[in-house]
Design a protein around this ligand. Structure first.
Ligand code: ZN
Length: 494
């Protein structure tokens, strides 16, 4: 495999050449959503980032086992050991089973991810489906002396671990700093030290999700699921672990400690983290009221949105920034993304219509080679999609010149150019021709026509009103009057 894919390893804080443990097999684990609410822009960025990596690795010829979990238990409201389970809290307010909540939002997440054209992972394990494995994993950590049980809870002994292996290497946090930032124990708690984190929590009376365990009825801690499920499906050591920047601490820091404590070796070779999305410069958060769900974005139904933005517009918007850079949402940025997307995709449509021609200034082999090479270089440079897009836009000038006849191209070079654009834009960047925007546009035109028709009917101008209906029917669009207004569909009713 002739390539030099460099990826930024958060743990080493530098770009490293990607060399799989067992080429051509690659193990890749990405932290998936905690399913207690609608998927939002943050979910889209993480999913698209690792989708592009997955697609590129496959394109390079690797056989990737892509695992992304669903957190349906154990993720507490404060991301630490106190507070309610996020899913159980929603279940209580709606008087539903926690599994109904988890299922509902998992289905929504899958729908949104398909709209965004992300490829599904090969394995999508649920935390609640791996309780026995998590208990085994915890037992191993206790046996190795890095965890202790107290009153039905099991905690990870951070200080003991720190003495032997050093805690905080991923996030760069030091034990003393962490200590001064952690509140003191109030005497009611069962932890020995405020830095310790829960591997297993005792279920308080009324707690909705709990399982029997050697330590009594309880539920697993959030961090333990990812260590345990990645190990189950990818082995004790594997290539890539990804997730959002906000997961570095405590989630991924704790995962490293758990794996070393259980198996005496680190599990992950390359830690990769995507940056977050801000909204008009502000961190996105439910409490801030600037939270944009993907359903809102695609339908335009939110005060923050001037219009609807399609899934491919959203995907293009995310790809325009490097995954490690911050990305700010604004209506203007989304509108600009739509223009860019249209420009790129129409170039591909044009490219597919071009015929080889021996007249005009001939495109040379070297021009095509240079374009291929600069595109590959951008991808190999830690998936630099903004640079890649600008290279692809450079190439569109060539495409339009060939179309205009000022440049000629041989059948061989034309095939190479088509292969390059299809391979990169469609297969790796995962952008596809979008029909939904056409449908939306048609809907808007019909709204205007229907308004005109309504006015005509009010004025008893039956000729105009019938003409609109009949001509639309001839064009293959059926209109039906309803109580609320009208309905339309493409196709004629028999
Ligand atoms: Zn995780």
């Amino acid at each position: 495999m002739e390539h030099e894919l460099m990826i930024y390893n958060t743990l080493k804080r530098e770009k490293e050449r990607f060399i799989p443990l067992h080429s051509p097999f690659v193990g890749m684990y990405v932290c998936g959503p905690t399913v207690y609410g609608d998927a939002h822009l943050g979910h889209a960025r993480a999913a698209i980032t690792f989708d592009v990596l997955f697609r590129y690795l496959c394109y390079l010829g690797y056989k990737v086992r892509y695992v992304r979990n669903i957190t349906d238990v154990g993720h507490l409201v404060d991301d630490a050991d106190e507070g309610e389970d996020k899913i159980a809290r929603v279940a209580k307010t709606r008087q539903l089973e926690p599994m109904e909540i988890a299922r509902h939002y998992t289905i929504g997440y899958h729908k949104n991810m398909e709209q965004l054209n992300t490829l599904p992972p090969a394995i999508e394990p649920l935390a609640s489906g791996h309780i026995i494995e998590q208990q085994q994993f915890i037992k191993q950590i206790i046996a190795n002396g890095f965890a202790y049980e107290n009153d039905g809870n099991v905690y990870f002994d951070v200080k003991n671990y720190n003495r032997q292996h050093g805690y905080g290497k991923l996030s760069g946090r030091k034990i003393d700093e962490l200590e001064s930032n952690t509140r003191k124990l109030d005497g009611q708690e069962t932890k020995r030290d405020p830095l310790d984190f829960a591997l297993w929590k005792k279920a308080a009376p009324g707690h909705l999700m709990h399982w029997p365990s050697p330590w009594g009825e309880g539920f697993p801690g959030w961090h333990v699921e990812c260590s345990c499920m990645s190990q189950k499906y990818l082995g004790e050591t594997f290539d890539i672990h990804g997730g959002g920047l906000d997961l570095i601490f405590p989630h991924h820091e704790c995962e490293i400690a758990q794996s070393v404590a259980a198996n005496k070796q680190e599990a992950v070779r390359y830690w990769m983290h995507n940056n977050l999305i801000t909204v008009n410069g502000q961190k996105m958060g439910k409490s801030k009221g600037n939270f944009i769900t993907l359903d809102q974005l695609f339908s335009g139904e939110s005060d923050a949105l001037e219009q609807a933005y399609s899934p491919m517009t959203t995907r293009f918007f995310i790809l325009q920034a490097h995954y490690r850079s911050p990305l700010d949402f604004s209506n203007d940025a989304l509108k600009a993304a739509r223009k860019g997307y249209d420009r790129l995709l129409s170039a591909i449509v044009a490219l597919d219509k071009i015929a080889p021609s021996s007249t005009g200034n001939q495109v040379e082999d070297a021009e095509i080679e240079a374009l291929e090479q600069t595109c590959r270089e951008a991808l190999d440079d830690d998936l630099n999609t903004p640079v890649l897009l600008s290279r692809l836009f450079d190439g569109t000038h060539l495409i339009y010149n060939i179309m205009a006849g000022t440049r000629g191209i041989s059948p061989g070079n034309l095939a190479r150019l088509q292969q390059l654009y299809h391979g990169i834009v469609i297969d790796i960047l995962g952008l596809k021709q979008e029909t939904t925007s056409d449908t939306m546009l048609l809907g808007k035109v019909l709204d205007i026509l229907m308004e005109v028709r309504g006015k005509a009917r009010e004025g008893k101008d039956w000729a105009t009103s019938d003409r609109i209906r009949d001509e639309l029917k001839q064009a293959g669009i059926t209109i039906k009057d309803t109580k609320e207004g009208y309905e339309w569909h493409v196709g004629n009713d028999s």
